[in-house]
Design a protein around this ligand. Structure first.
Ligand code: ADP
Length: 493
């Protein structure tokens, strides 16, 4: 049976589409064989009747020319034409045509020869064009596949039905198992994964989200628990593949192995956390010694070092603030920042803050304009930290502005606090970035302000953990208003 199938496939001209190895010998041999067969058939069945031969010869040989032109291109078609014409001449010669019959025979052979040649050239030419196109497309596909295979990232492509149509070797190396073509995304699972300690189900695959929504998924992070026992940290970007009309036809995922980066980050966070812890104790004792020194110096009249001591104290307070910020950042990173739940009056806390901060504000006037009585359930110390940070920034970036206005508003389900300054402002581009960790606006003007770009990041994390929101409205040169909200229900966690 396979032989028969192979034979049928061999004869079927369509199965040779894209095959550009045109055979020069196959068509003349078959056509010659057909001529011999025709001779035999005519002799045996029609007793050499010339009228029977004419129609039969045209039918058989036109079919053969078409067949070979479509199978073997111009070479196949033209060589079939050649043998056919030779056979026609043989007929004329072997039947001893003479006179008008001879001239008619020659004329017909010439006309048929031209028609056959046109047929062979047109069909053969078309076939060669089709082969070239198929070949080019296959080459392009091979090139793309080779590129995908060589890329240093894992790649997986799935069709609209969610079936894997391609996955490279690098992906298999990252995951520890090969991803088979035909794997059904969303149901089949080849490797276990988790996100923030929770198991990831096949239905949560990034590529599945893309196929369902048509929108890209950027930077999804998973821990892959490989069969060999190793945990690998991966980052996945997934995007739709669209056709010319914009319709999504497939989706591709790029998988990065970020295990090393993650390890370095964890080590760095551990180091920052440890270093700030180690620094905290000596700095605290240093400050206590300075306090006692200050008390003793006060007893000595006209002491010129008193001023120096207060300057040292100021610098130490700055170091302490920095160390605390570093500790907060590392606790936030590792999820170790614990929040208390306390019921307190937010308006009173703000009043207290304004009173405390006015001393450090120089000639800038702090106003607490709207102050309705608002009770919230939150971590009072941390909310005070957020307020201090926003107000310190407002003072720091006030420039020529001499007023800062604080407002508290009670909305249906939340309290909104705003801190408005009339200082240097922030342009629209930067507004999106300032809440990122360690981000600072770096134009020459702002460069002159000391800072580490941690305050807004910490504030944002604190507010987020209270299920609130923090945002900014600002115009360059006119000033900024920072807002944050807290739910009145007061949930922390
Ligand atoms: P920093 O320690 O640098 O102040 P923050 O995280 O508190 O760090 O702020 C990040 C950046 O946002 C600052 O470097 C500053 O450029 C900008 N910024 C914050 N508050 C204001 C403000 N009130 N006016 C103008 N720029 C501000």
């Amino acid at each position: 049976m396979p032989y028969l199938l192979r034979f049928v496939r061999f004869l079927n001209p369509f199965s040779h589409l894209g095959d550009r190895n045109y055979n020069l010998w196959f068509s003349p041999i078959v056509v010659l064989f057909a001529a011999l067969l025709t001779e035999v058939v005519v002799k045996v069945l029609f007793a050499n009747d010339p009228s029977a031969l004419g129609g039969l010869a045209i039918l058989i040989f036109v079919s053969l020319i078409v067949y070979f032109a479509f199978r073997e291109g111009i070479v196949g078609g033209v060589s079939a034409v050649g043998i056919t014409i030779l056979y026609y001449l043989y007929i004329i010669y072997s039947r001893h045509y003479a006179g008008e019959q001879l001239s008619n025979g020659i004329e017909t052979t010439i006309v048929l020869g031209v028609v056959y040649l046109v047929i062979a050239l047109v069909i053969g030419g078309l076939k060669e064009q089709i082969d070239l196109l198929i070949h080019k497309e296959a080459e392009a596909r091979i090139r793309i596949e080779a590129i995908i295979e060589q890329l240093p990232v894992g790649i997986m492509i799935a069709d609209m039905a969610g079936k894997v149509i391609s996955a490279n070797q690098r992906l298999a190396e990252i995951l520890g198992v090969p991803i088979p073509v035909g794997l059904q995304i969303g149901t089949d699972m080849v490797v276990k994964a988790s996100q923030n300690g929770r198991e990831v189900t096949p239905a949560q695959a990034a590529i599945k989200t893309v196929l369902e929504t048509g929108k890209p998924v950027i930077g999804r992070e998973f821990t892959v628990h490989r069969i060999d026992g190793r945990d690998v940290f991966v980052k996945v970007n997934s995007a739709p593949i669209r056709n010319k009309t914009g319709k999504v036809v497939a989706a591709a995922s790029i998988v990065y192995d970020v295990t090393r980066e993650k390890e370095i980050e964890v080590r760095k966070d551990d180091f920052v956390s440890m270093a700030s812890h180690e620094l905290k104790t000596p700095i605290t004792s240093l400050k206590l010694y300075l306090d006692s020194l200050e008390v003793r110096l006060k007893k000595i009249e006209n002491s010129s070092v008193e001023d120096v001591v207060s300057k040292i104290k100021l610098q130490i307070t700055r170091i302490q603030t920095l160390i605390n910020a570093l500790l907060d950042v590392s606790r936030l990173q590792t999820g170790k920042l614990v929040f208390k739940r306390e019921r307190f009056r937010l308006d009173k806390l703000i009043s207290q803050l304004v009173e405390d901060m006015q001393q450090n504000a120089g000639d800038i006037h702090l106003e607490f304009a709207a102050k309705p009585a608002v009770t919230v359930v939150a971590d009072q110390f941390r909310i005070y930290q957020v307020l201090t940070n926003l107000l310190t920034n407002a003072i720091k970036y006030s420039g020529e502005g001499k007023r800062i206005i604080l407002k508290l508003k009670k909305e249906s389900d939340r309290a909104v606090v705003s801190v408005q300054d009339f200082g240097i402002g922030i342009d629209a581009q930067q507004q999106k970035l300032i809440f990122q960790r360690l981000y600072q606006v770096t134009t020459t003007k702002e460069k002159t302000f000391p800072g580490f770009g941690m305050g807004l990041y910490i504030s944002q994390e604190i507010v987020k953990r209270h299920r609130g929101k923090i945002w900014v409205e600002s115009e360059l040169g006119k000033g900024s208003t920072f807002y944050f909200s807290l739910p009145l229900g007061g949930r922390v966690g």
